[in-house]
Design a protein around this ligand. Structure first.
Ligand code: UT7
Length: 329
């Protein structure tokens, strides 16, 4: 059997746009309220990208911060992977724009679209490249500008989303010195493709004046069905990652920030409390592929993760897709 290189996380970074959009902003033009949104989702405010600021701009800034923490230069990267459902363009990939913005002149670049599971898909791909010796240093990013794809007339969905980016530098554990990736899992069930989707704008329904007029290029979701899917997958994935591990080994759970009630229900199912769970949905709402790396970066910078303890990353979303990682910090 060929030897497998142990893989770790050498640095993390995140970037949130400056513009803060409180719940009350939506109440100016929709039949909704700060109280409804806060109670049903846990969200108080979110960030929206400035005009002219695209997913690659948010990604590059998060990537710069992760490189800085890792003590590496852009030229040290072999690969840039961006997990996003809101790319700058359908063509080319956002990762190529990030590669250029960072000056990562020795890196290959590609995107992966696994919606809210986008960062975990990028992380797992990065891990496979490094573990097999095909790349030494990979920048894995989760980034979104969802504010450009929300239907502001749909109160059931537009209040849920925000913009942001998070990143991790994946290298050999020897170089990283922490964040060993112990277990990974990815899953999908495409029969649920229309639980959360953008019907128009792609090859199935190319854009026309009529489709744009009808808002077919905006995010559509079946909220209650997603709610049920999310609770069951979050609880099962956490249990699967922690199987065979002692309770005292756990440092932190970093879940996809989809809805505070979904996180609460999943924790209740497996008899866990919030104490070891990162929750920041109140500040940023659901930034899809970016929620997990933003929350991880905040936890790292706040010194919330004790060395040697286990960290569980867990996400799920459109596709349907799901994924989880077990790390030893
Ligand atoms: O990452 C994946 C994407 N995220 C999701 O798909 C989100 C998952 N789902 C959810 O988080 C929740 O299902 C929602 C937050 C979307 C909705 O919460 P809910 O408790 O499932 O509410 P509901 O859809 O059952 O709606 C209850 C009521 C409805 O009114 P009626 O039919 O009872 O008269 C809605 O029209 O709340 C109404 N409603 C609102 N009222 C005020 C829906 N959105 C709003 C709103 N403000 N923004």
């Amino acid at each position: 059997m060929s030897s497998r290189i142990q893989v770790g996380i050498a640095g993390t970074g995140s970037y949130l746009p400056e513009r803060v959009v409180p719940n009350a902003w939506f109440a100016e033009f929709l039949d909704t309220s700060d109280e409804w949104i806060a109670q049903r989702t846990g969200i108080r405010e979110r960030r929206f990208a400035a005009e002219g600021q695209a997913t690659s701009d948010l990604s590059a800034e998060a990537g710069r911060r992760a490189l800085e923490m890792a003590g590496l230069e852009p030229e040290d990267l072999d690969l840039v992977i961006v997990g996003t459902l809101t790319p700058d363009y359908l063509l080319p990939s956002t990762a190529c724009l990030v590669q250029d913005k960072l000056g990562a002149k020795n890196a290959g670049a590609f995107d992966c679209n696994a919606a809210c599971t986008g960062f975990l898909t990028a992380l797992h791909t990065a891990e496979a490249f490094v573990a097999s010796g095909r790349a030494k240093r990979v920048l894995a990013i989760g980034a979104e500008t969802l504010s450009r794809f929300i239907d502001k007339e749909e109160r059931g969905s537009c209040i849920l989303f925000g913009d942001g980016a998070g990143a991790a530098i994946v290298t050999s554990l020897e170089e990283a010195g922490r964040g060993e990736i112990l277990r990974t899992k990815l899953g999908a069930d495409g029969s649920g493709f229309d639980f959360i989707h953008m019907p128009g704008g792609g090859s199935a329904e190319p854009p026309t004046h009529e489709s744009v007029e009808a808002g077919r290029h905006y995010i559509r979701l079946r909220g209650r069905e997603v709610f049920r899917f999310a609770v069951s997958h979050m609880s099962e994935l956490i249990q699967e990652m922690l199987e065979g591990r002692g309770e005292d080994e756990l440092g932190l759970i970093v879940p996809h920030q989809v809805n505070k009630r979904i996180i609460d229900a999943a924790l209740e199912r497996i008899g866990m409390t919030e104490e070891k769970v990162v929750i920041n949905i109140q500040n940023y709402a659901n930034t899809s592929a970016a929620t997990v790396p933003i929350a991880l970066d905040e936890a790292v910078r706040q010194g919330r993760i004790e060395k040697g303890k286990l960290v569980v990353l867990v996400a799920f979303g459109a596709g349907l897709t799901w994924g989880a990682s077990l790390l030893r910090w």
